[in-house]
Design a protein around this ligand. Structure first.
Ligand code: SF4
Ligand code: SF4
Length: 107
C-alpha cells in the first residue's frame, strides 16, 4: 500500500476513539519507537507509540534519530515520512506537504 492509499484509507475509515484505540493496541506490538534514541529522550510514564497513526507525542520534543524506516508497520503500509512523534502522523505530514506545494503555487 503506498502513501496515498494509506492516507485515503485513514480518511475513509473515519474512526471513532474506540476504533483508534483498537488499532493502536494492535499495532503497538509492531511499533519499534521504544528502541529509538529520540523516544528514549522522553521519560514520561505514559506508554506512547504508533505516532505515524495517532500523531505527535505529548512528551517528545527533541529529534535525535528516527528508525521508522526499519519498522514492519511502515514497510507494510509504504510509509514515506519520519519523526511522526514530533512532526505529526503520516496523514498530517502528507497534508502539510500538499499545503506547502499549494502555497508555492499561489506566490
Ligand atoms: S512507523 Fe514509526 S511510529 Fe509508526 S509504528 Fe513504526 S516505528 Fe512506530
Ligand atoms: S516516530 Fe521516529 S523519531 Fe519518533 S520515536 Fe518513533 S522512530 Fe523515533
Amino acid at each position: 500500500m503506498d502513501i496515498h492509499a494509506y492516507a485515503q484509507l485513514m480518511q475513509v475509515l473515519d474512526l471513532s476513539d474506540q476504533e483508534k484505540q483498537t488499532i493502536i493496541d494492535k499495532r503497538t506490538g509492531q511499533c519499534i519507537c521504544p528502541q529509538c534514541p529520540t523516544y528514549k529522550e522522553c521519560q514520561a510514564p505514559a506508554k506512547e507509540a504508533v505516532f505515524c497513526t495517532i500523531g505527535k507525542s505529548g512528551c517528545i520534543t527533541k529529534e535525535v534519530k528516527c528508525i521508522c524506516s526499519t519498522c514492519p508497520f511502515a514497510a507494510e503500509f509504504g510509509l514515506k515520512n519520519m519523526f511522526y512523534c514530533t512532526r505529526g502522523s503520516e496523514k498530517q505530514q502528507l497534508l502539510l506537504e500538499t499545503m506547502q506545494v499549494r502555497s508555492e503555487w499561489v506566490r
